[in-house]
Design a protein around this ligand. Structure first.
Ligand code: HEC
Length: 152
């Protein structure tokens, strides 16, 4: 073993970074692939899917909006499955209904306004697409619409 002299210490210290370099390079993580690289881009949400989200947020308090989700409270509101299959419920009818200010009569005081009135035009179209996704092919959607009886 060579004697330890100030010169040998200096030499050792100088070599340290050189030794460390390849080690560091070997440990450097592989650059991560860009998110989603090599995968097809996610499919954009359809109007029905967006409408389902609107319904879950804004309508499920009073309406049954999914077959396995009862409304949060009992207010004599028809389920969206029922609405879609009543006579005359087509896009035009639902647009007309959803753009009018509609006071909910069956819910005590002060009577709430149906939130359809406060939706953006896009949200309204999406929720209508969602309701119509429950329409069966044989639904009488072009028959004259019959009003829903209050307190049914
Ligand atoms: C505060 C309770 C309440 C909320 C919240 C509510 N509704 Fe209603 N909705 C009712 C009631 C009650 C009826 C039954 C008819 C009536 O009151 O005139 C109804 C009826 C309807 C009908 C049937 C209209 C027809 O003539 O066929 C549609 C469509 C409808 N609601 C859509 C919606 C949508 C979309 C939302 C969410 C953005 C919503 N409602 C939120 C209470 C509510």
């Amino acid at each position: 073993m060579p004697p330890v002299t100030p010169a040998s210490i200096r030499r050792a210290l100088l070599c340290l970074p050189l030794l460390a370099l390849p080690v560091l390079a070997g440990c450097a993580p592989e650059p991560l692939p860009a998110p989603g690289a090599g995968e097809p881009p996610p499919a954009p949400m359809s109007a029905v899917e967006r409408g389902r989200a609107v319904a879950a947020r804004g309508c499920a308090l009073c309406h049954q909006v999914l077959p396995d989700l009862p409304p949060a409270q009992e207010v004599a509101a028809p389920s969206f499955m029922e609405v879609a299959n009543l006579p005359g419920r087509n896009r035009g009818y639902l647009r007309g209904f959803a753009t009018r200010r509609h006071v909910v009569e069956t819910m005590g005081e002060p009577k709430p306004v149906m939130p359809t009135f406060f939706l953006s035009p896009e949200e309204r179209e999406d929720v209508i697409a969602f309701i119509l996704s429950y329409q069966r092919p044989d639904a009488p959607s072009h028959a004259p619409p019959e009003p829903i009886e209050p307190f049914e």
